[in-house]
Design a protein around this ligand. Structure first.
Ligand SMILES: [Zn+2]
Length: 210
């Protein structure tokens, strides 16, 4: 299923849980949005819908490094520098222009994003944020629609939700994480005619597609 459907599915789940827990208006809106976001999470794996949007955009990083490279080349060649310094400027500047194009991939950007979220979690001393960082970094190594689309992924994210609920002190948050995630798996299953392929729900124990 596409991102939009997953987002709507997650939002509806969050809204349902807000109804069920008699949440006040602000909590209900937060649950709806949280559900929508969690509904997108399993596609954080490489080639997933969310990957390009969430991870630091590689095009921006390449653009910034290219500008620094160009500046180095121009500034060292135009202003009075020794012959050797000009060569150095040209060499480093060219490396900054060319290397990022070869080295920076979306996968590596995803790993970097995960690592940054982990760092942030240490700053805020937050367990769920740490778990999210680990999830993002690990997902970058997984094939599309594999472990992120399994019961193990669901269990992990529900566990993350448990810590989120404890940190925010809002009852029902864990259920929103669990429900939002489950809604994604349901919408990616074979029972919907639109899905030609199902998901391997019981990975790593069984590869059967459901
Ligand atoms: Zn999916």
């Amino acid at each position: 299923m596409d991102g939009k459907t997953h987002f709507i599915g997650g939002c509806l789940t969050g809204m349902g849980i807000a109804q069920y827990t008699n949440a006040d208006l602000i909590t209900a809106v937060s649950f709806t949005l949280l559900g929508g976001f969690v509904g997108l999470v399993p596609d954080l794996d490489v080639k997933g819908v969310l990957t390009k949007k969430i991870s630091i955009n590689k095009k921006w990083l390449i653009a910034v490094l290219s500008i620094i490279g160009l500046y180095l080349i121009l500034s060292t060649s135009l202003s009075p520098h020794t012959y050797w310094q000009k060569w150095q400027g040209l060499l480093i500047g060219s490396a900054l222009l060319v290397l990022p194009l070869l080295i920076i991939t979306q996968k590596r950007m995803l790993i970097l994003t995960g690592a940054l979220v982990c760092l942030l979690s240490m700053y805020y001393e937050s367990i769920w944020l740490m778990m999210l960082g680990i999830y993002i970094a690990v997902a970058s190594f997984l094939p599309h629609r594999s472990l992120t689309h399994s019961l193990l992924g669901l269990a992990y994210f529900s566990w993350l939700g448990y810590f989120m609920e404890k940190e925010f002190l809002v009852d029902g948050m864990m259920f929103v994480c669990m429900g939002g995630y489950a809604s994604h798996l349901l919408l990616d299953m074979k029972w919907l005619p639109k899905n030609r392929r199902g998901i391997k729900l019981f990975l790593p124990f069984s590869k059967v597609e459901i």
